[in-house]
Design a binder for this molecule. Structure first.
Ligand code: SF4
Length: 485
C-alpha cells in the first residue's frame, strides 16, 4: 500500500473512481489506462474485472497504484476479453486503515442468468440498515464495504435480467452513487437521482466507455459523448446505448466540491472546464476579498488555477512562491518516523529568493483541520515574507460529507468550532478569507448565486443542509443543523 501522504489528515478525499468499456480489443488495458487517469480519486487500491467467452469472468484486485499493478504483461494476460470494468478506491466505508483485499472492488455476483460485476463511487446512506436486513434474511457478506449491499439486493431481486435486478436493487439504496457494472455482454451505468457524483459516456471506435471524469476518456483518445444524467441508467451492448430513468425524478444536486478540488482540472463537468471554473473562483475571491500585496502564490497544485484567477482579477503578479517536489510524498518508499515528521517539507519548499521581504497572498483550495495551512505559513515566514494572507477557494468546511468523501468528524473541522477571525488567529496569519457560498455558485455559472429555497448543488459540507438524509449517521448520533439556523 502506498505510504501516507503528508496532507492526508488535512484534505477531504474523494474516495473512488469508476471506469468501464465494451466492444474493444483487450478491454483490460483500456480499463487500466482509464483508472490511471482517475488515480487522483483513490490511491489505496484498484481492481479490474473482464469477461471473455473462452475464459469467462476474470478479476484482479490489488493494493497500490494502477501503474504498479496493471501494467505488466503477465497480469494483463490474465484479464482477457472485449468488456471490462474497474475501480480505484480510497476507503469510504469498509475497514478504514486496515483495508483488506476483499473490500477492493469491483464486486462480483453469480446469478441464475449469469455473472455480474459492479463498481461503485459514492456512499450508501442507509447501508447499515440494509446490511442488517440482508444478513437477517441469510445474505453472507464477503467484505465490510457498503457497496456489496447492491450485489446482495440484486441476488434477492425477482427481476428477469441482470439490468432489471440492478435497477431494483438501486431503488432500495439511498445516498450518492455512480455505478458502473457489467454482465457477459452488457456494460451498465447509473447515477443516483440527485446525480451527486459524476459519470460520463464516451465512444471509442466501435466501443463505448463509462468513466467518472472526461480526463479518463482523453487518455484513451475516446470521444466525450455526454454526461449520464442524474437518475439515468444506461445499458450498453453491441446494439448501442439504451437509456431510461428508473427513479422518481428529483432536482439535481451535483457535488459542488468536485468543481473546487476533487475532479482533475483538465476534466469537463456540467459542460464547463474545471480549470476555468477554478480560475473563476479565484476571480470571485479577488472581488470579494481584496488585499494589498506584492505576490499571489498558489499552494500547489490544487490552488493553482484559483491563484491565477486571483492574480488576473487583482492585477497582483502571480508567482510560484512554493515549489512542489514531484518525487516525494506519495511515492516516498517507507519513510522513517523522523522523515515522516518533516511532514509538509517532504512535499513543498518555499522559493526563498522570491518571497523574501514580500507581502504574500497564498491561495489554497480548502482548509479542513488547518494543520497544513499552519505549516505552510511557518515555512513562508521563515523564508522572510513580510506578510502572509490566505485566500481560500471554498467556503469554510464546517460539516462532514456522507456522500463518498472522507471527512474528519465534525469536531475536527476547524470551521466547525471557530469563526473566520478565530481561524485567522489560530493559523497566525495576517488575514484569512474564504469565498462565499454565493461567490462559489457564481463561479460555477449560477449568475444569481445560490438559490436558498432550492440549492442547485450539494453544498452540505459548507451549509450543513444535506440533500439526502444521512440515516445511518443519524442513528449513530449525528445531529443535523436545525432547519431555522
Ligand atoms: S457534502 Fe460537500 S463533498 Fe460531499 S457531496 Fe456534498 S458538496 Fe460534495
Amino acid at each position: 500500500m502506498p505510504p501516507a501522504h503528508p496532507f492526508d489528515d488535512d484534505k477531504l478525499k474523494e474516495e473512488c473512481g469508476v471506469f468501464g468499456v465494451v466492444g474493444v480489443d483487450n478491454a483490460a488495458s483500456i480499463v487500466a489506462l482509464g483508472l490511471h487517469a482517475l488515480q487522483h480519486r483513490g490511491q489505496e487500491a484498484g481492481g479490474i474485472v473482464t469477461h471473455d467467452f473462452g475464459q469467462g469472468f476474470s478479476s484482479a484486485r490489488r493494493f497500490g497504484y494502477v501503474r504498479d499493478n496493471f501494467t505488466d504483461a503477465e497480469t494483463m494476460a490474465t484479464l482477457p476479453g472485449p468488456i471490462g470494468i474497474g475501480h480505484v478506491r480510497y476507503s469510504t466505508s469498509g475497514s478504514k486503515g486496515a483495508t483488506q483485499i476483499r473490500d477492493v472492488q469491483p464486486f462480483f455476483g453469480e446469478f441464475s442468468m449469469g455473472g455480474a460485476a459492479i463498481a461503485h463511487n459514492g456512499n450508501i446512506t442507509n447501508a447499515v440498515a440494509l446490511r442488517r436486513e440482508l444478513v437477517g434474511r441469510g445474505s453472507i457478506f464477503q467484505s465490510s464495504s457498503d457497496s456489496e449491499c447492491i450485489i446482495h439486493l440484486m441476488a434477492r431481486s425477482m427481476g428477469q435480467s441482470i439490468p432489471d435486478r440492478m435497477e431494483e436493487a438501486l431503488r432500495k439504496v439511498e445516498g450518492a452513487f455512480s455505478v458502473v457494472a457489467m454482465t457477459r455482454t452488457k456494460l451498465m451505468g447509473c447515477r443516483d437521482p440527485l446525480g451527486v457524483r459524476p459519470l460520463v459516456l464516451g465512444k471509442l471506435g466501435d466501443g463505448w466507455v463509462l468513466a467518472s471524469e472526461t480526463c479518463a476518456l482523453d487518455i484513451i483518445n475516446a470521444t466525450f459523448i455526454r454526461e449520464i444524467e442524474p437518475g439515468e441508467m444506461v445499458v450498453i451492448n453491441a446494439d448501442g446505448v439504451q437509456s431510461h430513468f428508473p427513479f422518481r425524478r428529483a432536482s439535481p444536486r451535483f457535488c459542488i466540491f468536485e468543481h473546487v478540488y476533487f475532479s482533475r482540472p483538465d476534466s469537463i463537468l456540467g459542460g464547463r472546464s474545471v480549470y476555468e471554473t477554478r480560475e473563476n473562483i479565484g476571480r470571485e475571491l479577488a472581488k470579494e476579498s481584496p488585499v494589498e500585496a506584492d505576490l499571489v502564490c498558489p499552494v500547489p497544485d490544487s490552488g493553482t488555477p484559483a491563484a491565477i484567477g486571483y492574480s488576473l482579477q487583482s492585477g497582483i503578479p502571480y508567482a510560484m512562491g512554493i515549489i512542489r517536489n514531484q518525487y516525494m510524498g506519495r511515492t516516498f518508499i517507507e519513510p522513517t518516523e523522523s522523515i515522516r515528521n518533516m511532514g509538509v517539507r517532504l512535499k513543498l519548499n518555499v522559493n526563498r529568493a522570491l518571497v523574501k521581504g514580500k507581502r504574500i497572498i497564498l491561495v489554497d483550495d480548502s482548509v479542513v483541520r488547518g494543520t497544513t495551512s499552519r505549516k505552510i505559513k511557518d515555512m513562508v515566514l521563515e523564508a522572510g515574507a513580510a506578510e502572509v494572507h490566505f485566500r481560500i477557494a471554498s467556503p469554510p468546511t464546517a460539516w462532514p460529507c456522507f456522500y463518498g468523501v472522507d471527512t474528519p468528524q465534525r469536531e475536527k473541522l476547524l470551521a466547525a468550532t471557530m469563526s473566520e477571525d478565530e481561524m485567522r488567529d489560530h493559523l497566525g496569519i495576517d488575514s484569512l478569507k474564504f469565498i462565499s457560498l454565493d461567490g462559489l455558485y457564481r463561479a460555477v455559472g449560477e449568475a444569481q448565486g445560490r438559490n436558498p429555497k432550492a440549492p442547485q448543488y450539494c453544498d452540505a459540507c459548507f451549509s450543513g443542509e444535506y440533500p439526502i438524509k444521512p440515516a445511518d449517521m443519524m442513528d449513530r448520533g449525528f445531529e443535523m443543523k436545525p432547519a431555522a439556523e
